[in-house]
Design a binder for this molecule. Sequence first.
Ligand SMILES: C[S@@+](CC[C@H](N)C(=O)[O-])C[C@H]1O[C@@H](n2cnc3c(N)ncnc32)[C@H](O)[C@@H]1O
Length: 252
Amino acid sequence: MEKEKDMEQQEKVVYGRNAVLELLLKKPDSIEKIYFQFNTSHPKLKEILVSARRQKLVTGKARLERLSLMAGTTKHQGVCALVSAVSYYTIEEVLDKPRNTFPLLLILQGLEDPHNIGAIIRTAEAVAADAVLLIEGKGSPVNATVHKASAGALSHMRVCKVKSLVRCLEFLHERKFLIIAADMDAEINYTDIDLTKALAIVLGAEGSGLAPEAVKFCDHTVRIPMAGCVESLNVSVTAGVLLYEAMRQRLA
Ligand SMILES: C[S@@+](CC[C@H](N)C(=O)[O-])C[C@H]1O[C@@H](n2cnc3c(N)ncnc32)[C@H](O)[C@@H]1O
């Protein structure tokens, strides 16, 4: 209970019809969830609901009262938005000011578990990667659990939210990036690839794995060999192995 309360305090709540609508129109990327009081028929609430559904923002009403209390008011006018504290970057912004001569990017393709995302951001920061990219509308948003699991790394690591995986990969190809996708069934061993040039690593989701378009638009799929009985590694462990191999090669 204490832990849950602590997590909630790291989240920001925006309440009221005009404020939420404004946010939906101007900064929809910053919204994690919108909570409604469905028994109201105010036209602006309907407008918010339609827009929220169009933008695939999950809605619910269970926590509305609690959120409005956190916001310090009960005058929520029937709607509250939970806003992430993270400011997302564009890939162009990242590449205009790269951290590395040959940038190193991680693309998380719809990861559902915020603990994994946080752990990956932590490792990405440990190797001074340039950015972690998320796909809009796929997987978990950057929420309080991600913040916590990143152990502060989120304040240093740039996070981008891209609209389309395919367009992102095409863009990176144009910028001469080598794109590899981590796949336990791949033929190429991850140590057999030169990871020293501009590099983007695509990681698949915990349950569904890599999307076919990730495989189609990457240069290589690579495997981390496994000797035991399990079918795959945890995705954050995969990220750690690949990022440290990239760092090892770059420092050699
Ligand atoms: C838990 S796995 C996904 C397992 C999923 N059930 C499947 O069938 O693809 C999550 C992601 O971690 C990466 N991964 C896990 N084990 C790997 C390995 N041995 N080699 C390369 N990538 C791996 C892949 O990107 C995979 O999509």
